[in-house]
Ligand binder design. Sequence first.
Ligand SMILES: NC(=O)c1ccc[n+]([C@@H]2O[C@H](COP(=O)([O-])OP(=O)(O)OC[C@H]3O[C@@H](n4cnc5c(N)ncnc54)[C@H](O)[C@@H]3O)[C@@H](O)[C@H]2O)c1
Ligand SMILES: [Zn+2]
Length: 367
Amino acid sequence: MTRIRVGGGAAGDPAGDGAYDVVVGHDLVDRLPGLLPGAQRVLVLRAAAVGELAAAISESLRGTGFEVHEHELPDAEAAKTVEVLDQCWGVLGRASFTRTDAVVAVGGGAVTDLAGFVAATWLRGVRVIQVPTTLLAMVDAAVGGKTGINTAEGKNLVGAFHPPAGVLCDLPVLRTLPHPDLVAGLAEVVKAGFIADPRILELIEADPGAALDPAGDVLRELVERAVAVKARVVTEDLRESSLREILNYGHTLAHAIEQVEGYTWRHGDAVAIGMLYAAELGRLAGRTPAPLVARHRSVIEAVGLPRRYAPAADPERWQDLMRAMGRDKKTRGSTLRFVVLDDLARPGRLVGPDPELLAAARSAICG
Ligand SMILES: NC(=O)c1ccc[n+]([C@@H]2O[C@H](COP(=O)([O-])OP(=O)(O)OC[C@H]3O[C@@H](n4cnc5c(N)ncnc54)[C@H](O)[C@@H]3O)[C@@H](O)[C@H]2O)c1
Ligand SMILES: [Zn+2]
């Protein structure tokens, strides 16, 4: 079991208020009650796919004297709606949840986003414990405090910053995760490797199969390292705002692909394409060394992430993607911003690249 601290000790947070631990390991359910001192009632919000873990959590909480309420959420993005939010508020209201009570999320990133937003908004904020059950949610969605829902106008447009009181990454739950979801989650792990922790890449390159074995030690170490990268960036960001932007590596194009494909693509698959593109863009801009671009291709291929997005070759589709990138939440004004690598683990910014350069870098994903 490993404990990774997020927040605390930064200039804006000298006392460590708002700091929390991400615990990575096996059979962590019985640690949950200890994370909620002073709470009387707990609402467990769960994905249907992880009913067994959610039941074990409820039982553990009940066994230690909590009044436990449970609510199953619609699958995946269907959980992140204002209607579901309203249902959750209804459960909390009927059960008379107070400021000292808490929410526990058991599911993928959709559940941790929704549950975090429920907790952020009830009585202007109650504690939430995140128990992520997908690889993506463990290394990304459940860590860092961003919560939110979708609206008819777009994804994640409504939300709040609400750091959890704790995060438990109980690795055995990944055994039931469909293989394509495990692979997609690995894209964020690979991203953490390129922007900050080369050891992640070495571990994957040494044995890509082991990286995808949910029962193995390699995946455990990868989760710990990827969480540590996000924890470091998020903690530092409290001091130096905008550092967090490096977590967006590969995401400028990825978000555009997700949008023009009507969110039929897995996020991690789009991020893999986005990283290949950003690497080539960095090379063409005279920033990213060619061997590092080649390493992107080999690592992404080794774990079975997609390497091609042929539609980008179509001029009309490319215009759609450019427009979508311009509308991205992270765009400032109308200037496109990319994270590029000046070297391995040396991320930098590329602001407002020429349209010709942007078009030329497509060769990396549709050549
Ligand atoms: N807040 C953040 O910082 C942040 C960061 C990245 C992504 N996100 C959000 O995360 C969401 C995507 O998360 P995701 O990829 O985890 O998808 P998801 O939550 O939609 O889960 C994918 C599918 O796997 C199922 N599932 C979950 N755990 C399982 C398990 N252990 N075994 C079997 N099935 C399981 C789910 O029920 C769902 O059908 C998006 O809404 C995205 O916006 C948020
Ligand atoms: Zn991402």
